[in-house]
Design a protein around this ligand. Sequence first.
Ligand code: CTP
Ligand code: MG
Length: 207
Amino acid sequence: MGGRDRKVEEEDRSGYETRLKSGFDMMAGDVLVVIISFIPAMIANSLAVVFGGGAPIDGGKIWRGKRIFGDGKTWKGLLGGGLSAALIGIVLHFIFNPFISIYPSLPGGLIAILSLSFGSLFGDIGGSFVKRRLGKARGSKSPIIDRYDFVVGAFLLTYIVSHDWFAYIYLDYPGILGTIIIILMLPVLHRGVNIIGYKLGLKKEPW
Ligand code: CTP
Ligand code: MG
């Protein structure tokens, strides 16, 4: 009697553990997809540093006594950074596709990849716009704006142009956990990447 009960109990527990484990694997997988999918947005600005220079997007124009964006936002940075980040997204798609789908299937998925890459750069340009309005010089430090402008830009544009995919990947549980991890981790990652860029002589400031 007691033995049978114990056996039933053990079976219950092992079933519970199996469910828990597969649930955890699924959750970890979804969180990982979210983080990997966001790589183009995370690296677009670093790549803009590599490709940047030349004509500024605002054409040198002044608005209300200050530059619109400033000399740090160039066409070459925008296009070179955006396209190369998108290329990395496409590479990620092909690397992971046999195991797990990171983006919607191509070619439709290109919209998600491009919106993450260019949204990140648009957010960065928006950040510079705000910095100029606050009277901050090009290259000056603005911790909150510098750390979050590109995240906001990437999320916003992707939310608009790939609405269903965005909601499914970034907002539904458990993907939302990955989104929260991105938001919490980005300042650290961003700073790390910028220090590397600075040490390599690509960036003028380590932020
Ligand atoms: N860059 C570019 N075009 C972009 C974004 C960046 O050419 N769209 C290049 C510029 O050479 C820029 C460098 O990457 O100086 C670093 O980018 P960022 O830190 O965003 O610009 P800042 O020069 O710091 O200017 P801001 O104060 O406006 O952020
Ligand atoms: Mg800067």
